[in-house]
Design a protein around this ligand. Structure first.
Ligand SMILES: C[S@@+](CC[C@H](N)C(=O)[O-])C[C@H]1O[C@@H](n2cnc3c(N)ncnc32)[C@H](O)[C@@H]1O
Length: 271
């Protein structure tokens, strides 16, 4: 199974729309808040995206690229809260389709657009974006050198690269399935320290770095508690991870607690 197959879900948009209908939300204006528990497919959801966005000096003139944008929740937040123009790219066709439809539903299409594309071959000219943003996509990508070099290529001088990702450690293999992979062949974890090797001091300045592991562990533990007690949001990440949601999140929590994975965010300024 490759990465595209891992996320492949032909009826994703239909299942989201039918859940909106089931909850009676299709009868009134749907807002970003209605989608919030589902449309940010990473640990700590919208809270961490808002925290990171606050570090980027975004204005209505900012142009942002989200690499591996999923169904586009962070893109919509960046456009809605900061007025910037956002482009999301993702490899998974159904995610791009859902991202476009949800953006139309919450009336943000004038500021946000999506393309189906591979992070390893970004369909943009050099130095197109003032900010390049990526969250929880890198773990699926084996060729880190190409991944970071494509990001650097499309980033303008004076622009910022922000990441929020899961990293491996020396504590051995993770437990599968995890949210980003059913099997080891789809998981490409590196240790966090190695990211700096792709961003030499001569060209990049590290502006911010934070170990989010404790917060992410607490967050995930809370999510699993809600799932166990039947209080999980109906319009939640279960729509993306389906019947294996509990298993994947449970394995990830175990990995976090046993030190097999860590969660870090960082911001680099391109000199
Ligand atoms: C766990 S989801 C995170 C989605 C989004 N960044 C978020 O935080 O809500 C990982 C995403 O990375 C995408 N992805 C994985 N490999 C990719 C690649 N080579 N190019 C583009 N997207 C990729 C997947 O399709 C999936 O949507």
């Amino acid at each position: 199974m490759n990465t595209a197959n891992h996320y492949h879900q032909p009826d994703l948009l239909e299942s989201i729309l039918s859940k909106l209908k089931e909850l009676g939300l299709d009868q009134k204006p749907i807002t970003r808040q209605h989608l919030a528990a589902m449309d940010e497919f990473h640990l700590q959801g919208s809270a961490v995206s808002e925290e990171l966005a606050g570090r980027l000096d975004l204005t209505s003139d900012s142009t942002v690229l989200d690499v591996g944008c999923g169904i586009g929740g962070p893109c919509r937040m960046l456009a809605d809260d900061f007025g910037c123009t956002v482009t999301g790219i993702d490899y998974t066709e159904e995610y791009v389709r859902a991202a476009r439809a949800l953006t139309q539903i919450v009336r943000l299409t004038d500021k946000v657009e999506f393309q189906q594309a591979n992070a390893l071959q970004l369909p943009f000219e050099d130095e197109t974006f003032g900010v390049v943003w990526t969250q929880h996509a890198q773990m699926n990508i084996a060729d880190k050198a190409k991944f970071y070099s494509e990001i650097q290529r499309v980033l303008q001088p004076g622009g910022k690269f922000v990441y929020y990702d899961i990293f491996g450690t020396n504590e051995g293999e993770v437990y599968y399935p995890v949210p980003w992979a059913e099997v080891p062949e789809n998981s490409h974890l590196i240790i966090h320290e190695s990211v700096a090797g792709y961003f030499p001091d001569e060209y990049y300045q590290l502006e911010y770095s934070k170990d989010h592991t404790p917060n992410a562990t607490d967050f995930l533990s809370g999510v699993l508690e809600k799932i166990r007690s039947g209080e999980a949001p109906q319009l939640g990440l279960n729509l993306l991870m389906r019947e294996s949601t509990g298993k994947k999140l449970g394995n990830l929590l175990r990995c976090l607690r046993e030190g097999k994975v860590e969660v870090y965010a960082g911001v680099y300024l391109k000199k």
